[in-house]
Design a protein around this ligand. Structure first.
Ligand code: ADP
Ligand code: MG
Length: 474
């Protein structure tokens, strides 16, 4: 095998294990510069690329190298600036073409604990260490850290029991809950830990009651060291299961096992929950989470982007932070979209392109450029209109500027003129000049025609509406 073939084999082995995005960002322009005497020297196109591979991936790369060439013992990295423009070797480039192996999630079986008691934790990626602390959540975070300490140390009794966290949707409750469960398990693998949603737990209770096994269920849960129950507002109005929850919870409490609840409201406001259960839930420490401020949101965006190996310019980070105002889950959605588009277009995201994503995710949204709430007009120039119209109708931008009389060109071209007029307030002369030097009467007639069509033809009206939306106009 020559060095390109070796590298290709290593990439093949690795590509299912890391996200496509990271793979593209950090491996695409890397190559093996040299193999000699049991050592491999990798060349990276930038200093940053090199540092990233060094700190995050060097051991994975080495172990995969060793799988391909067992004699390899060491891995070195260097920067070779010429790689940033070089075409990759065709054998290697193939790996980056189509998503052959969709990313596999780590397939860890749930840890079995005696007698069918299973440690259940869903999202591996949540940890207290990747939770960004700022105003709005610092008190909650401190409480979770304290609970983690007492939970992992068998000598320490729970300090805050139960810990009850509440707050609106998408503010990090589930992250903290699952992060606590994940971290506790990692730090003390002997612990029996259950994280579950209230819905799932309720189904379990219902089944147990139906099969006359409620006692067994309770006994089973009694042996848990950490019981984490998400979204308990779900129990409102479910009297029968509330009773069972109350009993289970009492047992755990008696045995000094840590219990953590989350809900969208404080216990006192959970009106459909029995008084005694409510008061039990509120017995320990109650903490709330609120929307963090702008700086904290930027920090969260940075953290999430980094987890994905996604590079975002500061103005894009700030643009997202400005526009995510109520639900932090949107950050994930936006970054996923950016990754997907970057995979396809290979163009770095800008506030404009991210603005389009935001609009697509939520068409009703007001988009702001800055924290002061100014509305961003996504279209700034004729170029923007041309880009978006040619994109929309899937025709080359140059044909919009040309003189072709073909219907499939004339129609989008006239729509583009209308958009320039309506959104950019341009004069007929200015539009003519920007569209390949056309006479202003040509523009005027074209716009007139489209306007008329817009009134009579719903398809045209729809196109214009959609395009205006894409261009950030109402
Ligand atoms: P909730 O359970 O309160 O509805 P989640 O815990 O599901 O909210 O959070 C929604 C998203 O926001 C998740 O992707 C979570 O990782 C992220 N998130 C919320 N707060 C933070 C934070 N402080 N640091 C990092 N990520 C956060
Ligand atoms: Mg949640």
């Amino acid at each position: 095998m020559n060095k390109n073939e070796v590298w290709r084999a290593v990439l093949d082995r690795m590509q299912g294990k890391i996200s496509r995005m990271e793979f593209h960002t950090w491996f695409k322009k890397v190559k093996i510069a040299e193999i000699s005497g049991g050592a491999v020297l990798l060349a990276c196109p930038t200093e940053m690329n090199k540092n990233w591979l060094q700190s995050k991936y060097s051991s994975v790369i080495l172990s995969n190298l060793q799988a391909v060439m067992p004699e390899i013992e060491k891995l070195y990295l260097k920067v070779d600036l010429s790689l940033s423009d070089a075409e990759p070797d065709p054998v290697v480039a193939e790996v980056f073409q189509t998503p052959k192996n969709p990313r596999k999630l780590p397939n860890k079986p749930e840890a079995k604990i005696d007698n069918g008691l299973t440690t259940r934790i869903t999202q591996k990626r949540f940890s207290l260490s990747n939770f960004v602390v700022g105003d709005g959540n610092q008190f909650a975070f401190a409480a979770f850290e304290a609970v983690l300490q007492t939970t992992i140390d068998p000598k320490l009794p729970p300090k805050y029991n139960p810990l009850f966290i509440y707050g609106g949707v998408g503010l990090g409750k589930t992250h903290l809950l699952q992060g606590l469960a994940n971290d506790a398990r990692e730090k003390n693998p002997d612990l029996k830990i259950i994280y579950t949603t209230s819905e799932r737990f309720m189904n379990e209770i219902i089944n147990a009651i139906r099969n006359r096994k409620a006692d067994e269920l309770r006994k089973k849960y009694r042996r848990v060291d950490l019981f984490v129950l998400d979204d308990v507002q779900f129990f409102e109005g479910k009297d029968k299961t509330q009773e069972e929850l109350f009993n289970t919870f009492n047992d755990l409490f008696e045995f000094k096992k840590q219990v953590v609840f989350s809900a969208d409201r404080p216990p006192s406001e959970l009106v459909g929950i029995s008084d005694r259960l409510r008061s039990r839930m509120g017995w320990g420490l109650q903490v709330d989470v609120q929307m963090p401020n702008f700086e904290t949101r930027v920090a969260i965006i940075r953290e999430k982007a980094q987890e994905r190996g996604l590079l975002l310019s500061p103005d894009v980070q700030e643009f997202i932070a400005t526009n995510v105002r109520t639900n932090l889950r949107e950050i994930e959605n936006i970054l996923n979209q950016i990754s997907a588009e970057l995979d396809i277009n290979k163009i770095s995201p800008t506030p404009q392109s991210v603005g389009k994503i935001l609009r697509r995710l939520n068409p009703e949204r007001e988009i702001s450029v800055s924290a002061d709430g100014k509305t961003l007009s996504l279209a700034r120039s004729t170029d923007d209109v041309i880009t978006i119209v040619s994109d929309y109708f899937q025709i080359p931008a140059t044909s919009l500027l040309g003189d072709s009389r073909k219907k499939e060109i004339v129609y989008p071209r006239q729509i583009a003129w209308l958009l320039c007029k309506d959104i950019l307030n341009m004069s007929y002369e200015a539009i003519g000049a920007d569209f390949g030097g056309k006479n202003h009467t040509t523009i005027m007639h074209g716009i007139k025609k489209i306007k008329k069509l817009k009134r009579t033809d719903s398809t045209t009206a729809r196109h214009i509406h959609a395009l205006k939306k894409d261009l950030g106009a109402k």
